[in-house]
Design a protein around this ligand. Structure first.
Ligand code: NAP
Length: 319
């Protein structure tokens, strides 16, 4: 089979296509034939050597849509031929086949394509955990999805809308604003405008929002705190540097800033997250948006594209 291998940390070009032998499913494991693999920003941080520890060489990628190829002893939830998505793998998703723990594999509803399946694992689980397990957002509240056009942002807009929240989404371009609206945002604003949070205050009649799901906290956190209603919560999902805030903006409103990393989710939380995602995919309220597709050999181009935010929705590799 073909896979991408990283033998040294560095620029996207350290990713090389190579031949490898097919993985074999051991006890409690599943081999998935990958039809599409999702490219997440975290894949680029790991490849650059900036995130966690990873032994070299390795194959990148957590998320994929595909079909079960083989199951090991004691793995009873799946059989060969089942349509699945992965939320983590043992051997890496940028490949034609991946070895997974059975617990990393989830059923993919018929109506969801394999490319859409590659857009679920990290993005949808992150959006769900941020909205419901961290912000504890409830129907009737107003939520600002600060970055509503990416893999996680589109998922968060769909989930918040389906759950009965008033959804305000932000985007950098006209196409992005259209996408946010199509996904269910009631209101959209342009985050490139320096005073865009004033637009958010106007939309809420000066009250502010109950929750903010924040994808670029190093730029926005100070303004976010000023845009919260009393008892408001900001969940920091993405940040690429330091930021200055005025703590009084939080103090006066009993506001809360919550950090979150999907990698800290417990097995119990993950079980609940993926049950909710399956229900939403199955009943049609969740519909992953695929932006750009690249052949597996073009993994370096895909990594450049994800950091330059060139896609609306998810970037996917097709092996
Ligand atoms: P993505 O698909 O590349 O999307 C990036 C998003 O950021 C786009 O919606 C983009 O909007 C938006 N953005 C750009 N400039 C912005 C600004 N000034 N203010 C607000 N948003 C802005 O990436 P993703 O997969 O959705 O991930 C988003 C972030 O969350 C990344 O930093 C990623 O590392 C992080 N993340 C964290 C976790 C976790 O567990 N904490 C999990 C997954 C992802 P436009 O393109 O329309 O400008």
């Amino acid at each position: 089979m073909l896979r991408i291998a990283v033998s040294e940390f560095g620029e996207p070009e350290v990713m090389k296509l190579e031949e490898a032998s097919l993985p074999e499913a051991g006890p409690g494991q599943v081999v998935v034939s990958i039809k599409a693999a999702g490219v997440n920003p975290v894949d680029t941080y790991i490849r650059a050597g900036l995130y966690g520890t990873r032994e070299l060489p390795y194959t990148p990628g957590f998320d994929a849509g595909g079909v079960v190829e083989a199951v090991g002893k004691g793995a009873t939830r799946f059989k060969p031929g089942d349509r699945v998505y992965t939320a983590g793998t043992l051997s890496g998703a940028y490949a034609q086949f991946a070895l997974c723990l059975e617990s990393q594999v989830r059923a993919l509803p018929e109506k969801i394509t394999f490319s859409q399946g590659a857009a679920i694992g990290v993005p949808y689980a992150t959006a769900y955990r941020a909205l419901f397990q961290k912000a504890r957002a409830v129907p009737g509240e107003t939520v600002l999805i600060h970055g509503a056009t990416g893999g996680v942002g589109t998922a968060a807009v769909q989930m918040a809308r389906a759950s009965g929240m008033v959804v305000i989404g932000t985007a950098g371009t006209k196409k992005g604003r259209d996408l946010a609206r199509e996904n269910g945002a009631h209101h959209v604003v342009e985050h490139g405008k320096p005073d865009h949070l004033k637009d958010v205050m106007e939309i809420t009649g000066g009250r502010g929002v109950d929750c903010i799901i924040e994808f670029l906290a190093n730029v926005n956190l100070g303004g976010d705190l000023k845009t919260l209603a009393g008892g408001g919560r900001v969940v920091v999902v993405g940040s690429r540097g330091a930021v200055e805030i005025d703590p009084r903006d939080a103090m006066g409103k009993d506001a809360v800033v919550l950090g979150m990393s999907l990698f800290n989710a417990t097995e119990t939380e993950l079980k609940s997250i993926h049950a909710a995602i399956f229900a939403g995919l199955d009943n049609g309220t969740l519909n992953p948006v695929v932006g750009l597709q690249f052949p597996l050999a073009q993994a370096p181009e895909a990594h450049h594209a994800v950091m330059e935010q060139k896609a609306l929705g998810k970037i996917v590799l097709v092996p």
